[in-house]
Design a protein around this ligand. Structure first.
Ligand SMILES: NC(=O)C1=CN([C@@H]2O[C@H](COP(=O)(O)OP(=O)(O)OC[C@H]3O[C@@H](n4cnc5c(N)ncnc54)[C@H](O)[C@@H]3O)[C@@H](O)[C@H]2O)[C@@H](O)CC1
Ligand SMILES: [K+]
Length: 493
C-alpha cells in the first residue's frame, strides 16, 4: 500500500504548498493525504524499530503534528505501546490536524511532562514544512536529552529544527535515525547540515498525481546519471581520438606542477581522447619526468598561447590548479574567452578584485565556462551572495551562475551545480574522505574531459561531480588523489 518514490525531483516547501493547493483544487481529499502520510510513518516505525519498548509520538500544532496523530493511531492499532505528547495549542478547529487528533482517540499529554526513558523510540512530528522560527528552549532541552540518551528518532517530513528550504538548523534540532518525507525530497534533506541530521530517508508517494507535482516543481534535481546520461557521448570503436576531445591543462611553475598533472591524468581517465599539459618552460623537465600518455607543450606567454589556439581541435581547457601567476591567468582567460573552459583555484582567485571583467567575457554566446569554487573561492567572486543569510546554498549557486554566465559547481559535501538558465542539481554521492588534497584538481580535469567531448557545460559539470563521487566511493577510505584517478570508472560502466 505504501509506495516509495524514485524520482530525482527536489521541491521546496513553498512549491509543496502550491502542490497541496492544486491537489485540493482538483478535488483530492487533503485528509486522505494526511492519512496516507501518517499511516506510512506508523508502518515504517513498526517495521524499522521492532526493538522499541515504547513509541513516543511528539506532535506539534500544525499538519506535521496531524501526521503524528495518524501514526500513533496506526501503531496503537497494531498493539504497540504508544505515548502521545502535544506541544502548544491544540490544532486549529476544523482543520485536518484537529480531525487527525480526534480520530486518534488518545488524549495527548502536555509536551513539558515528557520524560525520555531507555527503550523509547521517538516519532518526531513537531514541525515540518511550516517550521518558521528557532525552536524554544523547552523543545531544545528535550532534543538535547534525547540525543544524549542516544534514543532512535524517526522524523516526520524533516527532523524538527531543520529548515526544509535551506538545510540550516534554527536553534536546535533532532538527529534522526530515519526521516520519512512525502512526494519528493526537499532541499533540507540534501543540503548540510540538514542531510547529516535526516538519517536514512524514505520518500513516500501519498497519492498526489504526478502531473500536479510536475506542474509546480521547479528546475531543481538530485544529481544522478539520469540527469546527464543522455548527453554522455556514446563511445565506440569507430570514434577517432580527436572526436573524443582534446583537453589542455595549464601547469603552474616548476615547484607546483602536481595539481595540473592530476587534472590532466583525470581528464584522460575520464575519456578525453588526448590531453596536453601546457607548461612553462621552466617546469617542462619536472612535468616530463612524470608524464606518459599525457602530452607536453611549452606555453609561457600570451603570444605562444595565441598561436597554439589556432588549433581548433583543442576542444576544452582547464586553468587554475596551482597555476600561481594571477596576472598571467587573467591574460590567458582573455585569449580563451570563446573556448570551453574550466576555471578552478588560482584561475578563480585571479579575478577577485574585479569579477565583472571575467563575467563580461563570457556574457554572450553559448554557456562554455565552468567554475568550481569551494566556499572561500565563492566568497572571493560573489561576496554579497556568500554573506546573505537568507539564501540557501542552492539560491547562491543559481544567482552566481546567472551573474557570471557560467556553470557554477559550488563545492562541498553537498556540492550544488547551477546553470545560468536556472537549472540546478544537488549532489549526494560523495564520501567524506573525498575532501583531500588534490581532489579538486581531479574534479576539474574530469569536467574538462566532458567539455572536450562536447557535452553541454551543465551536463559536463554534473557528470564530473557524480563520477568524482563514484570514484571516491570505489577508491575507499584512505584514498589519495592518485588512487582516486585510478578509480574513475568508464562513462558507460
Ligand atoms: N501535501 C502536503 O503538503 C502534506 C503535508 N503533510 C504534513 O504537513 C506538514 C506541514 O504542515 P504545516 O504547514 O501545518 O506546518 P507544520 O506542522 O510543519 O508547522 C506549522 C505550525 O508550527 C508552528 N511553528 C513553526 N515553527 C515553530 C517553532 N519554532 N516553535 C513553535 N511552533 C512553531 C507554526 O506556528 C504552525 O502552527 C508537512 O511537514 C507534512 O508533515 C502531510 O499531512 C501530508 C500531506
Ligand atoms: K518533524
Amino acid at each position: 500500500m505504501m509506495r516509495a518514490i524514485h524520482s530525482s525531483a527536489i521541491i521546496s516547501p513553498a512549491q509543496m504548498t502550491a502542490i497541496d493547493r492544486a491537489a485540493a483544487g482538483s478535488g483530492l481529499d487533503s485528509f486522505a493525504l494526511m492519512n496516507a502520510a501518517g499511516s506510512a510513518v506508523g508502518e515504517i516505525a513498526l517495521r524499522r524499530f521492532p526493538q522499541a519498548l515504547r513509541f513516543v509520538v511528539l506532535c506539534g500544532p500544525g499538519n506535521n503534528g496531524g501526521d503524528g496523530y495518524i501514526a500513533a493511531r496506526r501503531m496503537r492499532a497494531s498493539g504497540a505501546c504508544v505515548a502521545l505528547y502535544a506541544l502548544g495549542d491544540a490544532p486549529a478547529a476544523g482543520g485536518d490536524a484537529a480531525r487527525a487528533r480526534s480520530a486518534c482517540a488518545m488524549a495527548p499529554a502536555a509536551f513539558d511532562t515528557f520524560v525520555p526513558r531507555s527503550g523509547d523510540v521517538i516519532v518526531d512530528a513537531l514541525f515540518g514544512a511550516g517550521f518558521s522560527r528557532p525552536v524554544c528552549e523547552d523543545v531544545a532541552v528535550v532534543m538535547r536529552k534525547v540525543t544524549a540518551m542516544d534514543l532512535p528518532v524517526l522524523s516526520v517530513d524533516l527532523p524538527s529544527g531543520v529548515d526544509g528550504r535551506t538545510g540550516a538548523v534554527r536553534g536546535e534540532s533532532f538527529t534522526a535515525a530515519r526521516t520519512v518525507t512525502f512526494v519528493a525530497r526537499k532541499p533540507g534533506h540534501l543540503l548540510l547540515p540538514g542531510r547529516m541530521l535526516c538519517g536514512a530517508l524514505d520518500v513516500i508517494d501519498i497519492g498526489i498525481p504526478r502531473r500536479l507535482v510536475d506542474a509546480h516543481a521547479g528546475n531543481l534535481r538530485k544529481n544522478t546519471p539520469a540527469v546527464w546520461g543522455q548527453e554522455a557521448m556514446v563511445l565506440n570503436a569507430a570514434v577517432h581520438k580527436y572526436k573524443r576531445g582534446h583537453l589542455a591543462v595549464f601547469s603552474g611553475g616548476p615547484l607546483s606542477t602536481g595539481a595540473a598533472r592530476l587534472a590532466a591524468s583525470a581528464g584522460l581517465a575520464s575519456g578525453a581522447g588526448l590531453v596536453t599539459l601546457a607548461s612553462p618552460e621552466l617546469a617542462l623537465q619536472a612535468n616530463a619526468a612524470h608524464l606518459t600518455a599525457v602530452m607536453l607543450k611549452a606555453i609561457d606567454t600570451a603570444e605562444a598561447l595565441e598561436t597554439w589556439l589556432d588549433d581548433r581541435r583543442i576542444s576544452a581547457f582547464v586553468l587554475g590548479p596551482a597555476f600561481g601567476d594571477v596576472e598571467k591567468a587573467r591574460g590567458f582567460v582573455t585569449l580563451l574567452r570563446d573556448r570551453r573552459l574550466v576555471l578552478d583555484a588560482d584561475g578563480i582567485t585571479a579575478f577577485r578584485d574585479d569579477p565583472a571583467v571575467l563575467f563580461d567575457q563570457f556574457a554572450t554566446g553559448p554557456t562554455r565556462l565552468v567554475m568550481t569554487p569551494h566556499d572561500g573561492e565563492f566568497a572571493r567572486l560573489f561576496a554579497d551572495l556568500a554573506q546573505d543569510p537568507a539564501l540557501s546554498k542552492i539560491d547562491r549557486a543559481i544567482a552566481a551562475a546567472r551573474r557570471s554566465h557560467a556553470v557554477i559547481v559550488f563545492k562541498g559535501a553537498d556540492t550544488v551545480i547551477a546553470d545560468p538558465d536556472g537549472r540546478a542539481l544537488v549532489n549526494a554521492n560523495a564520501p567524506p574522505w573525498l575532501a583531500t588534497a588534490g581532489s579538486g584538481d581531479v574534479l576539474a580535469g574530469m569536467i574538462g574531459a566532458h567539455l572536450a567531448q562536447g557535452m553541454p557545460a551543465f551536463e559536463a559539470a554534473a557528470a564530473g561531480v557524480w563520477r568524482h563521487g563514484d570514484a571516491g566511493t570505489l577508491a575507499g577510505e584512505g584514498m589519495t588523489a592518485e588512487t582516486l584517478v585510478q578509480a574513475i570508472r568508464p562513462l558507460h560502466a
